[in-house]
Design a protein around this ligand. Sequence first.
Ligand code: HEC
Ligand code: HEC
Ligand code: HEC
Length: 457
Amino acid sequence: MKKKIIIAFCVAVAAWAAGYVIVGNSSDIPEGSTSQKALYVLEEAGCVMCHSKNAKPPFYANFPIAGSLVKADMQMGLRSYDITDTVGAIKTGAKVSSTDLAKIEYAVDDGTMPPLRFKIVHWKSNISAAERKAVANWIVAERAKLNASSGISKDFSNEPVWPIPRSLGADAAKVKLGSILYHHTALSGDGTVSCATCHPLDKAGVDALQTSTGIRKQKGDINAPTVFNAAFNAKQFWDGREDTLEQQAGGPPMNPVEMDGVSWEKIAKRLEADSAFSAEFKKVYPDGFTQKNITDAIAAFERTLITPDSPFDRYLKGDKGALTQEELKGYELFKQANCAVCHSGENLGGQTFEYMGLRRDYFKDRGNVGKINDKGRYSHTKDERDMHKFKTPTLRNVALTAPYFHDGSTQSLRQAVEIMAKYQRGVSLSDAEIDYVVKFLESLTGEYNGKKLEVKK
Ligand code: HEC
Ligand code: HEC
Ligand code: HEC
């Protein structure tokens, strides 16, 4: 605290010395839509300046002390939270991600943002009660849009998490073909590997290995996430290199370590050899086994790999008895510890890329683990600021999907919770608190085809 006050003082003095003390009162919010009002506050309060990639630093960024402080803030700010997409979504009327809503709610409600030393120089950035209300109204309205078809009970409509729908609508013929392709080894070069090799559906969609074993026993460099509920991810893969399930499904067959299918022409030839299936396929896709048709069918099937009706979902839909007291307590702790700031929406994740080790250096403490790919989003964007940022994984069915994290380093769910609390939140939870959170996470195990998802031995 003392340090903060000293820093704040220095900033004020530096700005004053340069003859640029910025004064102004929190002005009234201009008339406009709920979202325009919220955007006005986010801009006035400096959120956009410190949390977006293309923001201009303030004029005093070139001054000695104040400049280096505000630059450091902007760098740290962007590492913690990137508001760029939200600003874009507000301007174009697109949907705002559940995670951004949870983050802004947390930062504005808590009063932790903007940072104190910034408020001292930028008096206007102090958020007034009316501004707080404008942001809260916007969050309520945006959440209502996102969870409209989730079946959530009115009592819970402003929760950061909501149920998954029972169905995403599907073309039954495509789904059936996709299911066969998903299990077909003809997608691999030597006819030994299918999607189900690494994402077996009777094992919660994961191979339970630290990193996957592909064709000719080759080892991959990253842990395989579950395919269940991947349909709800905003992007696919840990680094988000693909936008859709269709694009994603085009990856593994051409990957020399995973399936090494060599070319789509060769895959088509191998599939043609299965004449009964080939005839069925051409009824739906007259031009046969092209990459586009194969990945279209697989993606249609993946949209049925969803697990609704977990006890937690039933609770949110209004069945008050669906959760035990312990599970409920776990959910409260999950929110109090601000886990939902990243694990939000229907998938409790899958929406944004987050720095692993926000509060403490995860990679230094962990040490180097063999050939694990730790780069995260950087691999795709080549932007230094995306180094070690990973797509937040879903927490649906997480009790069944060990080992955890992109490096598959952690076998126990308790330990994964402990690591998250320490490295992402900078808090340590008591043994009893961890137990409650784990109980809550276990209540996220849902149903597939009407049966509780389980791992067959
Ligand atoms: C002067 C720059 C600055 C301004 C202005 C600012 N932030 Fe931040 N923000 C930071 C820094 C630095 C951090 C990381 C350190 C921390 O968490 O205290 C951060 C962290 C955050 C986090 C992540 C917190 C977490 O624990 O994961 C959120 C969310 C956030 N800010 C939202 C906002 C919002 C919303 C506003 C506007 C009301 C805002 N910030 C204004 C610099 C800023
Ligand atoms: C050799 C094992 C292996 C095979 C075979 C395989 N995958 Fe994967 N899958 C992985 C790994 C490892 C990742 C994570 C890779 C990354 O993020 O860079 C992954 C990621 C995914 C994801 C993204 C999930 C998320 O949360 O981002 C989906 C969806 C997926 N695979 C579906 C498929 C489909 C469909 C097939 C068949 C066409 C397939 N996989 C074949 C190992 C495999
Ligand atoms: C700042 C964003 C953020 C916060 C806050 C956060 N997480 Fe995470 N969580 C992530 C990311 C990113 C990963 C993946 C990290 C990796 O693989 O290196 C993850 C992974 C996990 C996993 C492992 C899932 C898997 O399948 O590998 C669990 C369990 C988890 N988080 C629970 C929690 C809990 C409980 C809290 C609160 C104490 C929490 N998280 C807070 C971003 C966050």
